[in-house]
Design a protein around this ligand. Structure first.
Ligand SMILES: *[C@@H]1O[C@H](CO)[C@@H](O)[C@H](O)[C@H]1NC(C)=O
Ligand SMILES: *[C@@H]1O[C@H](CO)[C@@H](O)[C@H](O)[C@H]1NC(C)=O
Ligand SMILES: *[C@@H]1O[C@H](CO)[C@@H](O)[C@H](O)[C@H]1NC(C)=O
Ligand SMILES: *[C@@H]1O[C@H](CO)[C@@H](O)[C@H](O)[C@H]1NC(C)=O
Length: 295
């Protein structure tokens, strides 16, 4: 896009359209050679800062178009976006573009000694994690009991640059980096089951969503959820166990006692019964003896 071109500025987009036709380039070179020899500055460059533009959806961006040409005739920024010129010097112009809602091309151009050069770039739109929603359930858990941590990050893109981290105080419970190159905003969700610890009641849970755009020429954007507290209670299990053991021991004692009593009484009853037999035997023996005696 930095090839030299003659400018026929019928519309702001003409230079871009022309650049796609090699014929225009040839014609420009031809005209440069034969029409006005020596009038074209040997070399001049056009730069755009930043070179890669990553803009949050709906936000504005600053673009600095600059040139090495000492006295450019004209310069500017071509884009379908709404723009304003904030500041300028002979060799640079600082623009602001507004309301970037989708990937948009931008072109910086300068005309130096009737030669035009330009540099183009694409503004990439990203959808940063604005909202981070954390949910714990249940919120009342016994020590050692299971509970679920769910973190939702609605409308984020690109997903591949997103890392969602579940935090217990400042300790990381779980962290997930997403994949997927879809440019349209999507919801990212991370769910984790974990057990409650005694100390969980004294610190807050939170969720952090981080978007690392360094691979796309951007920075690091992060957002944190509201803290969520977990109510952790000591299970009354210990006391219950004591009660259960006491009751069971008492019942066992009662049972053993009753068995013993039964045995003792049973013995006595048996003795009494055999005692009766003895009396009967004695009687029988007595009668036999009486019968045996001669009359
Ligand atoms: C724009 O870029 C030029 C060249 O890099 C630099 O000299 C100038 O200070 C920049 N302007 C602003 C406002 O950053
Ligand atoms: C940006 O867009 C919003 C609505 O889409 C509009 O109200 C606002 O005026 C726009 N701002 C600029 C500077 O174009
Ligand atoms: C901008 O995007 C268009 C379409 O995706 C692509 O053809 C072009 O090469 C890109 N330009 C730059 C400078 O990355
Ligand atoms: C937990 O968060 C609440 C606000 O929701 C705050 O008042 C409290 O101090 C936090 N506790 C800890 C231990 O950070």
């Amino acid at each position: 896009m930095t090839g030299g071109l003659w400018l026929f500025l019928a519309s702001p987009w003409t230079p871009l359209k022309m650049s796609s036709f090699g014929g225009w380039g040839l014609l420009a070179a031809f005209l440069a050679l034969f029409c006005c020899p020596g009038s074209v500055e040997e070399t001049f460059e056009v730069h755009m800062w930043p070179e890669q533009l990553m803009v949050a959806s709906g936000e504005s961006a600053l673009i600095n178009c600059s040139t090495s040409c000492a006295q450019p005739d004209k310069g500017g920024l071509e884009t379908p976006l709404h723009k304003t010129l904030l500041e300028q010097q002979a060799q640079w112009k600082l623009f602001e573009v507004f309301n970037v809602s989708q990937d948009t091309p931008v072109i910086c151009y300068f005309i130096c000694s009737r030669e035009q050069r330009s540099r183009s770039a694409n503004i990439s739109v990203f959808h940063p994690p604005k909202l981070v929603l954390l949910k714990l359930w249940p919120t009342l858990v016994a020590t050692g009991g299971w509970f679920t941590i769910e973190c939702r990050v609605p409308a984020v893109a690109p997903l591949e640059s997103l890392t969602v981290t579940l935090l217990r105080g400042s300790e990381v419970v779980y962290s997930q980096t997403f994949v997927g190159t879809t440019r349209s905003p999507q919801e990212a969700t991370v769910t984790r089951n974990t057990t409650a610890r005694r100390e969980d009641g004294s610190h807050n849970f939170s969720c952090r969503a981080e978007m690392d755009l360094s691979a796309h020429g951007g920075g690091l954007v992060h957002s944190l959820s509201d803290p969520q507290a977990l109510d952790v209670y000591e299970p009354v299990q210990d006391n219950q166990l004591v009660i259960v053991i006491t009751v069971v021991s008492a019942l066992l004692l009662l049972f053993v006692t009753s068995v013993l009593l039964c045995f003792v009484f049973g013995q006595k009853w048996h003795q009494r019964r055999t005692g009766t037999y003895r009396v009967a035997d004695a009687w029988r023996r007595l009668r036999r003896a009486h019968r045996a005696q001669p009359a």
